[in-house]
Design a protein around this ligand. Structure first.
Ligand SMILES: [Zn+2]
Length: 255
C-alpha cells in the first residue's frame, strides 16, 4: 500500500492511498489534479474520504463524481454535497478493493464536525494537526481542538500523519519563537528547507517526531511555557488547556 501527496492549489495536498491498481483520495479540493493523476497512473478510483467541509478539501467532488460513480465518505454533522456515506466516530469505513478498514475518529476544533481516518499505520487528519503547528479554529472552540490534539498525541509514535497543507516551514518560524533551543526543531528546519528547495513535500511526518518538535503538542514543557509567558504576558497560562489556547492566539497574531 502506498501513500502519495498530490499537490493542489498553492499549498494543499490531496492524499492518494493506492496499491498500484486501485486508489482512494482524501480531501480533493479540486478535481483536475486527481483526474490527470489517474490518467497518468492508469489506476481505478474506488472511494473519496472527506475530513471537513472547507472548499479546499471537498471542492473537487462534483468534478470527480461526474466522471466516476464511487462512494464518498464524510463527516455526518457537516453539510457537504456529494457525500454518500456520512460518518461519525466508530462507524465502519471499509474499502474492500484495497483490503482496508478505516477507523473514524471525531476530532472537532478546526471545524465542529471534523473527522480523521485512521488506516493501517497512518492517519489523515485534514486541518487538525500540521508539522510543527495545528489548525485554526473556525466555528468551533479551541478547548475542543486541544482535546482532539491530545487524543491524537496518544496514538502510536510510529503513526504517519498525513496533513492537508504544506505549512511546515512557516510553522517552524513560529515554533522557534517559543522553543528556540530545541535541536530537533532546528534539525527539522534544515531538512525541510532542503526538501522544499528540491520541490519535495515535507509530509507525511511521524507522530513521534512531532511530539519532539511541535509546540502545540508540547505547550506544557517548562521552557515553552516560559517563552510563551514572555510573548503573551496577559494570557492565562495556569493549566495545559489555557496554555494551548494562549499559544493558538499568539500564532494567530504571528501569521
Ligand atoms: Zn479547513
Amino acid at each position: 500500500m502506498k501513500l502519495e501527496p498530490i499537490p493542489a492549489f498553492e499549498d494543499n495536498y490531496i492524499w492518494a492511498v493506492h496499491d498500484g491498481r486501485y486508489a482512494l483520495f482524501v480531501d480533493p479540493g479540486e478535481a483536475e489534479p486527481i483526474l490527470s493523476w489517474l490518467e497518468q497512473q492508469r489506476m481505478q478510483p474506488v472511494a473519496v474520504l472527506i475530513t471537513h467541509h472547507h472548499g479546499d478539501h471537498c471542492g473537487g467532488l462534483d468534478g470527480i463524481l461526474e466522471r466516476y460513480d464511487i462512494p464518498v465518505y464524510g463527516p455526518a454533522t457537516e453539510r457537504i454535497r456529494g457525500v454518500s456515506h456520512p460518518l461519525s466516530e466508530g462507524a465502519p469505513c471499509p474499502i474492500p478493493e484495497l483490503g482496508l478498514e478505516f477507523a473514524v475518529l471525531d476530532i472537532p476544533g478546526h471545524t465542529p464536525g471534523h473527522i480523521a481516518y485512521l488506516g493501517m499505520d497512518w492517519r489523515c487528519c485534514g486541518d487538525t494537526l500540521f508539522s510543527c503547528g495545528c489548525g485554526k479554529v473556525f466555528g468551533s472552540r479551541p478547548e475542543l481542538l486541544h482535546a482532539s490534539l491530545s487524543r491524537i498525541a496518544k496514538l502510536p509514535p510510529t503513526t504517519l500523519v498525513c496533513c492537508a497543507h504544506e505549512y511546515t516551514l512557516e510553522n517552524i518560524r513560529f515554533a522557534l519563537t517559543v522553543d528556540p533551543g530545541n535541536q530537533a526543531l532546528l534539525d527539522w528546519q534544515s531538512q525541510a528547507r532542503y526538501l522544499r528547495k528540491a520541490g519535495l513535500p515535507t509530509l507525511p511526518v511521524t507522530l513521534g517526531d512531532e511530539l519532539q518538535r511541535n509546540p502545540f503538542l508540547r505547550c506544557w514543557q517548562p521552557e515553552i511555557h516560559t517563552n510563551l509567558a514572555a510573548l503573551a504576558p496577559h494570557s492565562d497560562l495556569t493549566n495545559e488547556e489555557r496554555t494551548f489556547i494562549a499559544m493558538r492566539e499568539a500564532k494567530n497574531r504571528f501569521d
